[in-house]
Design a protein around this ligand. Structure first.
Ligand code: BGP
Length: 468
């Protein structure tokens, strides 16, 4: 539907930017920080940056936040490294880690930037991983304790909390991201998923009890899945994928139930998690205040190939290739794609907003969206018109979604500043601010404002009315 008159972005809309601790901070072992799965698994290939220094945000906090303020950010969505706070996951607290995030949060507040805190973004403490990680039910208690430490420390300063970043991607494509060991059986993954659900529920309850004015929500990656054609079997495959990829996670987080189609799929796989008495009551009791979600691209699927035909593979988290007897991932011929093969679908963003709103009727907060590209620094400038175009197209669709009646709280594109991609190094840049380093050479780590920096500053200053 097109409208003659569009609704404006609401007052107080959270125009922000997003990062995660392990991809931006560096200082991987500084000041008592313990190792996380990312540090231990390495998950790096020759010629691709590792996560030891990243953008060295840990040592550039003041400078970086000043740049965010100059850009006019109203919010900054970042994650707290569990291993800075509790180096081994469930033991001694590390005061230097606690202090670091106080400094960051204080700096943000001093510039009028609202902190949006992700409690856990892929970097599980390695010590917990060694004891089975999320497959071990004891990790639920460790997370509960960690959450309460965060609420006690930062609760008077932070209003918006996100529990777990992209839990669905960790289960569906954790190998590509580097959070699960290659070859992990589905039964183990879905048991881990159940434990994460319990951990999230406990954090939500603790947040509501300890911080009545705060708001907390899940932060999955949600992207509507389209059928390749109007063949009813393709439509059915798309519906299956929406259940398995999207609704399974949000139905549990928001409604406290396991989606029936996804559950049946798990039964077929012999991968249903073991539930203990009281688990489902806990999920039902914990009600999030909003849904945060990350959106980069939509997905298109066809009916599965005949059982005996092999599915062409993919090692990227957004390029789902298919699953035997469930679906076949296909290219959407209507969509262009990025240098890294991700399809660009701004209208899919609006479609996804609508589907989320129809289904859950909770306010929606965008915590990631953006374009990974090979940027070039030339005479101190980066002319990233392609990124501006991507962001403009997506912001326009947010405005249309708001005009559709969807309640949207804010937009925090990935990434506020350049950082290291999950598995494609620093060459895959997303930021408004260029960080001068390459894969192997740290150069001088100097910061440069890209063209998108100035463009976003105008967009924010006009509350989304001037998109250039
Ligand atoms: C999301 C993650 C981020 C981020 C982003 C871009 O899945 O939450 O951590 O990195 O995707 O992905 P990539 O770095 O693989 O390009």
């Amino acid at each position: 539907m097109r409208y003659d008159r569009l609704s404006a972005f609401p007052d107080g809309f959270l125009w922000g930017g997003s990062t995660s601790a392990y991809q931006v901070e560096g200082a991987w072992d500084a000041d008592g920080k313990g190792p996380s799965v990312i540090d231990v698994n390495g998950h790096t290939k020759p010629g691709i940056a590792d996560f030891t220094v990243c953008s060295d945000h840990y040592h550039h906090v003041t400078e970086d936040v000043a740049l965010f303020a100059e850009m006019g950010l109203k919010s900054y969505r970042f994650s707290i490294a569990w291993t800075r706070i509790v180096p081994d996951g469930d033991g001694k607290i590390n005061q230097a880690g606690i202090d670091f995030y106080h400094r960051l949060i204080d700096e943000l507040l001093a510039h009028g930037i609202e902190p949006i805190v992700t409690m856990y973004h892929f970097d599980l403490p390695a010590a917990l991983d060694a004891k089975g990680g999320w497959q071990n039910r004891e990790t639920v208690a460790a997370f509960d304790r960690f959450a309460k430490i965060l609420f006690t420390e930062y609760g008077s300063k932070v209003t918006y909390w996100l529990t777990i970043n992209e839990q669905n991607m960790m289960i569906l494509v954790g190998e590509a991201i580097g959070t699960v060991k290659p070859g992990s059986p589905k039964s183990a993954l879905y048991q881990a998923n159940h434990h994460m659900m319990l951990a999230q529920a406990k954090a939500i309850l603790a947040c509501h009890q300890m911080l009545p004015a705060a708001k907390i929500g899940p932060a999955p990656n949600i992207a509507l899945t389209y059928p390749a054609t109007c063949d009813p079997e393709d439509v059915l495959a798309a519906d299956d994928v929406n259940s398995i990829r999207n609704w399974f996670y949000l139905d549990a987080s928001v409604r406290g139930i396991y989606n029936t189609v996804a559950w049946r799929y798990l039964e077929e796989l012999g991968a249903t998690p073991q539930l203990e008495d009281g688990d489902m009551d806990l999920l039902a009791e914990a009600k999030p205040d909003f849904i945060a979600f990350n959106y980069y691209t939509s997905m298109t699927v066809a009916k599965p190939l005949p059982s005996d035909e092999p599915i062409p593979g993919s090692s990227d988290q957004q390029l789902f290739s298919g699953e035997k007897d469930v679906f076949l991932g296909v290219r959407n011929e209507h969509l262009p794609h990025t240098d890294f093969g991700w399809e660009m679908d701004p209208i899919g963003f609006r479609n996804t907003f609508r589907a989320l709103w129809d289904r859950y009727h909770l306010p929606l907060l965008v915590t990631e969206n953006g374009l990974g590209a090979y940027d070039r620094l030339e005479n101190g400038a980066v002319h990233d018109t392609y990124r501006i175009n991507y962001l403009r197209d997506h912001i326009e669709q947010i405005r249309l979604a708001i005009s559709d009646g969807v309640e949207v709280m804010g937009y925090n594109p990935w990434s506020a500043i350049d950082l290291v991609s999950t598995h494609q190094g620093v060459a895959k840049r997303y930021g408004f601010i260029f960080v001068n380093r390459d894969e192997d050479d740290l150069l001088d780590l100097a910061r440069y404002r890209k063209d998108s920096f100035y463009w976003y500053r105008n967009a924010i200053a006009s509350n989304g009315a001037d998109l250039g």
